[in-house]
Design a protein around this ligand. Structure first.
Ligand SMILES: NC(=O)c1ccc[n+]([C@@H]2O[C@H](COP(=O)([O-])OP(=O)(O)OC[C@H]3O[C@@H](n4cnc5c(N)ncnc54)[C@H](O)[C@@H]3O)[C@@H](O)[C@H]2O)c1
Length: 368
């Protein structure tokens, strides 16, 4: 590898360890520094992982050594931190959701284009063996022509385990903006872009009680829908039924099913990088696990590494792209807009289906 891409992390909270560890797994990435609004958090992570702590977020974003900023801040800061990074001449990769509104996301994409910089966004779980195996099964025609899909993420919320769960109930939180990116991104990867959304949304509880530490006993107002259900019409002609909820006690349901003209495929949890892919057997009596077609283990930062190759070789499109993430944001926000307006919404955005990963890539590279 002739050149590495130098990376800085902004936001040293709960998910950041996955990136401090994940970036080390890819030969193309060189993690050099981190920063946080709370400098003590940045200092603690820098000491733990043997990198520099920048005294302020501004200092990291303007650091001449850094090529690419990984933005792991809370959702309401995503667009602002991406914008600041781009204005400083850095490429940006953001945790999900890419933005709180498709208007904010579009502004980030326009800025990146004007500065000839690249933008990427989580989730990158679709780089994992689970979703890639399901993608290959569909592309190889094992279910015939895909006609329909189901996506379920139903639970009672995150206030029982996350140390600072407030953002899940602010605008930009809720189950759709929190978990929807995994499910909708997986669906777009499997079935292509969406043209129309219809939705119904509600919130069963006006406030939530935190039972995790250190905020045990604190009540949080709910400012966002916490139960969203609706339909996606894909450009391909397939349709999907989607339910995302923080209002329901879980019941065993598949995460994702794709129905084809010839068979049905169970897709693993799109919040994970791996998991069993099951195909309806020829006699129709069982659902049999397909051997993984992509054995290399992936983890958070795969999308960052893939973006880094595209920074060095501009003609190569990156998979967890800003355009994909922006399309997903418009799909997600359309559930509530459709519910309020009482009509289906035709989408303004679209994106290319990300290229499938080759089956034989080593775990430390994504150069394909
Ligand atoms: N926690 C998880 O399991 C998880 C999993 C996947 C994705 N995510 C996503 O990762 C992001 C971060 O989640 P988290 O759980 O780590 O949250 P967190 O609250 O634990 O950490 C966020 C960190 O960002 C910092 N921050 C906030 N605004 C900032 C700003 N403007 N500039 C610099 N730093 C800022 C905070 O001080 C905090 O340290 C969210 O978008 C979330 O959806 C979280």
């Amino acid at each position: 590898m002739a050149r590495k891409v130098n990376v800085g992390i902004v936001g040293c909270g709960n998910i950041s360890d996955a990136y401090f560890l994940g970036t080390k797994k890819y030969d193309i990435l060189n993690l050099v520094a981190c920063a946080d609004l709370d400098p003590t958090r940045a200092k603690a992570k820098a000491e733990k992982y043997g990198i520099r702590a920048c005294p302020t977020v501004d200092a990291l974003i303007n650091d001449p050594e850094i090529d690419l900023v990984i933005n792991l801040t809370v959702p309401k800061a995503h667009a602002a931190v991406n914008t600041a990074a781009l204005n400083a001449g850095k490429h940006a990769y953001c945790e999900k959701p890419f933005a709180l509104t498709s208007a904010d996301g579009a502004a980030v994409l326009a800025l990146a284009k004007s500065k000839n910089l690249l933008v990427g966004s989580a989730p990158d779980t679709f780089f994992g063996g689970g979703i890639q195996t399901a993608r290959k099964a569909i592309d190889d025609g094992l279910i015939g022509r895909p006609v329909a899909a189901l996506a379920f993420m139903m639970c009672r919320g995150h206030e029982s385990w996350h140390p600072s769960p407030q953002f899940y109930y602010e605008k930009g939180g809720g189950p759709m903006f929190d978990m929807g990116p995994y499910y909708i991104t997986a669906l777009v990867n499997l079935l292509g872009p969406v043209k129309r959304v219809g939705g119904s949304t509600s919130a069963a509880f006006p406030e939530r009680l935190i039972t995790s530490q250190p905020l045990n006993g604190t009540r949080i107002p709910v400012e966002t829908p916490t139960h969203l259900t609706g339909t996606l019409d894909f450009v391909s002609g397939a349709t999907a039924t989607v339910v995302m909820s923080f209002d329901t006690w879980p019941y065993p349901l598949p995460c994702l099913l794709v129905y084809g003209t010839e068979s049905t495929l169970e897709v693993p949890d799109p919040n994970n990088f791996s998991g069993p892919v099951r195909l309806r057997s020829k006699d129709g009596k069982t659902y049999d696990e397909i051997p993984p077609s992509h054995p290399a283990e992936r983890s958070r930062s795969a999308g960052v590494a893939d973006l880094a190759y595209s920074i060095l070789r501009r003609e190569r499109p990156h998979r967890a792209s800003g355009e994909l993430a922006e399309h997903v944001v418009e799909i997600m926000e359309s559930f509530e807009k459709s519910s309020v307006s009482g009509t289906h919404l035709t989408l303004q955005t679209t994106c290319a289906r990300p290229t499938a990963l080759p089956t034989n890539l080593a775990a430390n590279v994504l150069d394909a």
